[in-house]
Structure formats: C-alpha cells, structure tokens
Design a protein around this ligand. Structure first.
Ligand code: PEP
Length: 258
C-alpha cells in the first residue's frame, strides 16, 4: 500500500509573529515540492490563525494540543472547534512533553485524540519510551499501552479522509541530538504496524507512522529509506525554514523547496 509521506514541524513554544510571517514567505518562495508529501506545521495556538492564513496552500497547519472536552470552564485551554475555526486541520495528541509536564495519561491522550477526530482534525498520536524504560527492556510494553489506549480512535479514523497518524518519538531522542538509528526506528515501527494490523486487518498498512527525535538533514534520508517509516515529526530542525525545506527535499527526493 502506498502511504503519502508526512514531513511535520513542531515549533513547540518558539517563534514570534514576525518569525511566522517570514517563515511563510520562505515556504512560498521555495514553492511546493514536486513529490507527493503532506507538509504540516504546528505553531503555538496564538499563531494558528496567522500561520493558516500566511502559509502557502500546499502546507497545512495543526495544533500542538487539544482539550478533551468540547468547550467550557477550562482556563488557558483550547477547544477542537476553535482550532478548526482558526484554520488548522491537524492536531498532535500525547506529545511526550505534554505527558511529562502536564501529566497526561494514556486515557487523557485517547480522549484528546477522539475529540480531535470528532472535530474533523487529523490526529497525530505520539508514543515513545524513556531511556530508563528502554534500558529496562520495557519499550514494547510501554508502546503497547500507549498505542492500546488509542486503537479504537485509530480504527475509527481508518478509511475516513486522511486517517489518523502515529508518531514514534523515543523520549531519549527528543531534543538531544541523539536520533534513534534507522534499525531501532524501523524495528519499533514494524512492531507498531503489526499491533495495528492485529487490532483490525489492514489498519497497520494504511496508518502512517512517523519517526520523531533529533531528525535533521544528515539523518533523514537513512531513516525514511526504511519501509515502515512514513515521514517525520521534527522539532528543533523545523524552526528554521531553510533547514525544514532541506529535510523535505532530501526526504522526498523532491527538486522543489530549497
Ligand atoms: C519533537 O519534539 O517532536 C521532536 C521530535 O523534537 P526534536 O526534533 O528537536 O528532537
């Protein structure tokens, strides 16, 4: 089955208004890649509307987090409908920084992913083990629990629009400069895909599984060369548009976007 690759940039709590505008100009000047790829940027919520308006139409914009409830007294949080209203079409759920700093449980992540999907957004569910868990040989147990909590949502998304997306982001590789080797990443992706297929026939074959964790222009080709790696969720190397565009070009073999 052919799965369209995804190259996504998670800006986290970085960049100001002028940076977002300059980024959009750089993307527009580069032009669309001449290979099939979904390019998605995840700004902070305050700039979602700006990014959605300013970015060229061959890109999409997504939210870094969505509240699990539809609306109400949740000061500081953002509802899925507001994210859609701001012009976004994707949303992350369960990024490890949300799990770590906001105490989000597997159940919270599943509720957020369900709300995201219900609002018509494409959920990108992040899973990944810590270094301690990997050292204790608990990687598959941890991933199975994280993935198990969202299987129903992933199955519900299957066959509807772009489906849902899984991002394997080992916590020890995020922001450390220590990317997982292509072998480690491919083996985990294979495990996740098998789990998805085990839950529902074909779910693993259709669900796009991204790798995230210190992806850069040097390592992206080796990683995406593996059959089970469908693209990237990129933090640090997505903050500069020329670096992000270079990764798009190298990963897709596209001549566009320099
Ligand atoms: C991330 O936070 O999603 C991420 C992958 O960050 P980095 O690329 O900086 O490791």
């Amino acid at each position: 089955m052919t799965r369209t690759p995804i190259i996504a940039g998670n800006w986290k709590m970085n960049l100001l208004r002028a940076d977002v505008a300059a980024y959009a100009e750089a993307m527009a000047a580069a032009g669309p890649p001449d290979a099939p790829v979904d390019v998605v940027l995840f700004p902070t919520p305050v700039y979602l509307g700006l990014a959605a308006t300013a970015m060229p139409d061959w890109t999409a914009v997504g939210a870094q987090d969505v509240h699990a409830e539809e609306s109400g007294a949740y000061t500081g949080d953002v509802a899925a409908a507001q994210i859609v209203d701001a012009g976004a079409s994707w949303a992350l759920a369960g990024h490890s920084e949300r799990r770590q700093y906001h105490g989000e449980s597997n159940d919270d992540v599943a509720r957020k992913a369900r709300r995201t999907l219900g609002a018509g957004l494409i959920p990108v569910v992040c899973v990944g083990e810590t270094l301690e868990q990997r050292k204790r040989d608990e990687t598959e147990t941890v991933l199975d629990a994280q993935l198990g909590a969202v299987l129903e949502v992933l199955a519900a998304a299957d066959g509807a629009g772009a489906g849902a997306v899984v991002a394997y982001e080992p916590v020890w590789a995020i922001g450390t400069g220590l990317s997982a080797s292509p072998e480690i990443a491919a083996s985990v992706h294979g495990h996740l895909r098998a789990r998805l297929n085990g839950h529902q026939a074909g779910l693993g074959d259709s669900t796009r599984i991204l790798y995230g964790g210190s992806v850069n222009a040097e390592n992206c080709r080796d990683l995406i060369g593996r059959a089970d790696i469908d693209g990237f969720l990129i933090g640090g190397a997505s903050l500069d548009p020329s670096s992000f565009l270079r990764i798009i070009r190298l990963s897709t073999g596209s001549a566009g976007g320099s």
